[in-house]
Design a protein around this ligand. Sequence first.
Ligand code: ZN
Length: 512
Amino acid sequence: MSARFVPIDLTVDTSHLSPNDRAALKKLIEAARIIDRLFYRQLWSGNEALEAQLKQDQSELGQARLDYFHLNKGPWSDLDNHQAFLLNVPERKPEGANFYPEDMTREEFEAADLPESKGFFTVIRRNEDGTLQTVPYSTEYRDYLQPCAQLLNEAAALTDNQTLRHFLETRAAAFLSNDYYESDVAWMDLNAPIDITIGPYETYNDELFGYKAGFEAYVSIRDDEETAKVNFFGDHMQEVEDNLPIDSQYRNPKIGGLSIICVVNQVIAAGDASHGVTAAAYVLPNDERIVQQKGSKRVMLKNIQEAKFNAILTPISRLVLQPEAQNDLSFDAFFTHILAHEMSHGIGPHQITVNGRETSPRQELKELYSAIEEAKADILGIFMLQFFNDRGHRPLDEAKLCTTYLASSFRTLRFGLNEAHGKGMALQFNYLMNAGAFTCENGRWSADPIKMREAVRNLAHDILTIEATGDYHAAKQLLDTLGTMPPNVAETLTQLSDLPVDIRPRFTTATL
Ligand code: ZN
């Protein structure tokens, strides 16, 4: 089970940090380690006792059990739908994790109707008489949050950066007051050589109601070169919009504010951010009040992307690409296309008119929207980079771009067509294959950058027109005919079944 993850050393260059920031970084890594322990307790009430018991077994099998327990942060396997991989534990992760009493039913919770019981930052516990009560995180996890707040304050006193200091001080206060609003706003304004996200955020572990936030921490170093690339894209988005391959009446003469994108290199991830499959990006905050007021921020973890590229995509490419295409596989092309994909979500039709009605592609395309929008972002990402090449901006080798994109599409298709990215990818793959831009010979694939140009333009035109007109039937027809697995792709995919699924980072810079 562990062999599905490739161990990689995650090293980050911190040499450009000021001495004060380097001292602050140490404190923040310590704080992240506390968050890691806190999350074990959130996931299951039995975790701490089980871990102590597993540590006693010095046999090879005992050590392997402990190791996989740490990888999943509990006795249930993330990759296998949270089924138990150890004996004498519940067969599956309890739906309510350790946020609610394990014997509590949905009905009992609803009937109690306690104040704050549906909040992100409270747990539900039983009183002595068996009735339910709401306990704020600041009380429930005080033994972790108090030392964590202290470390954040110490780091705040050390750093030279005003925005980092403000976030750390307000977040430390939030850990003790249980009011996260001000610190979430401060996080949106954070712009510093050290980047940090720390606190209770995602609610996926609460499978009972989806109310309760798991604690996580990401401590990273800002990547200044990629940040400059993102800023460059941002400055040229209107120019791309003005030249989209679509009827000019559908182009937006003044595109709205783009969401903030930060590119960082991860030093350590902890708690909910560090079990099972490793996240390569995250979008926060989840608090709707802040999203309304300030938008949201996407943080992209470049060194995690690079590790996945080396450990997963490169072995895939050796099995799927023609040998002579192998040299065109490029991390720079891969990462630049991911950035272009994210920027592309911000352009194209967003507010549309259908029969005189003001509406949006999401509302009109309903359950098909995600697959169409993801395909749009991919294909417009390529279009945008080709467009920049024509204008002489930031030239990117198109053979590398197309070949890397081809190899990467196998990585997406490998996980099936049930989810929006897979379905959207099948649509693009079939379209590009039918246009002769992707070809297969003796089971090995290659991309033709010249044919890609016209095919990308035509597909971008078709998808953008569907979004601009909110044409549900056209979307359905496109996905029904092209959102399927081509037989020769399915055949290639069977060769990939033994390859690893994901990486397992070792935070080497964090332990230095
Ligand atoms: Zn996307």
